[in-house]
Design a protein around this ligand. Structure first.
Ligand code: ADP
Ligand code: MG
Ligand code: MG
Length: 200
């Protein structure tokens, strides 16, 4: 599995389109166990990102690309999720600066740094029914043999049954059991697109 700057750029453009398709679904979930803005937040951020990326030549540096993505998402997504998605890419940039492609340990190290960055920034850990419950198993799966798509589906299914103990959803207590976490779903949309370019 190898991630090039060009492939990540394509995965992000694909994510922007897929977010538009699932925007209402994301917002409806956030209406059930949040404040009903997650689809709107993600759509705003990824449409801004799409504009930013489309106006640029294809990137040759994963660090440069990741930094631009992180800054754009932090500026435009808003909510609790904006700084967290932004952190993912700022951390990628810190590990992948100057690299046109990463694989093996370098690929894993970027994701590991991202997951730890989100946990630190969100003062959160796995098991609290947040985006981390998808990012963490995905990251570990980069070193395993199981297909990434399967790992994502299983992580989403497991997260759905958890009780939220972090973020806005935690105020809904037991009512969150059986409802998908919106940030876990949006993370799965992004990670599926990354998995696709990693496999291709
Ligand atoms: P807000 O809750 O401010 O309206 P969003 O609706 O955009 O922000 O994002 C909510 C999502 O952010 C949740 O579904 C969850 O996955 C994620 N999230 C919120 N707080 C945290 C946290 N402390 N750590 C990790 N993820 C979090
Ligand atoms: Mg919200
Ligand atoms: Mg909000």
């Amino acid at each position: 599995m190898k991630l090039t700057a060009e492939a990540l750029q394509q995965a992000l453009l694909n994510t922007a389109d897929q977010i538009e398709q699932q925007k209402d679904e994301l917002t409806d979930l956030d209406r059930e166990i949040g404040d009903g803005d997650h689809g709107i937040n993600m759509s705003r951020g990824f449409q801004a990102l799409k504009k930013e990326l489309q106006g640029k030549d294809p990137f040759e540096d994963l660090g440069e690309l990741s930094k631009l993505v992180g800054m754009t998402l932090i500026k435009t997504v808003g909510g609790a999720s904006g700084p967290l998605f932004g952190t993912v890419f700022v951390k990628f940039a810190s590990k992948w600066n100057g690299k046109e492609a990463v694989e093996g340990d370098q690929l894993y190290d970027g994701f590991r740094e991202a997951v730890e960055g989100v946990a630190a920034r969100g003062k959160s850990q796995t098991g609290q029914k947040t985006m981390l419950d998808v990012w963490e198993p995905f990251t570990e799966a980069l070193m395993g043999a199981e297909p990434l798509e399967t790992v994502i589906e299983n992580a989403l299914a497991d997260t759905k049954e958890l009780k939220a103990t972090k973020g806005r959803a935690s105020y809904f207590g037991d009512a969150t059991k059986g409802v998908q976490d919106p940030g876990a779903l949006s993370s799965s949309i992004l990670l599926r697109q990354i998995a696709e370019v990693l496999n291709g």
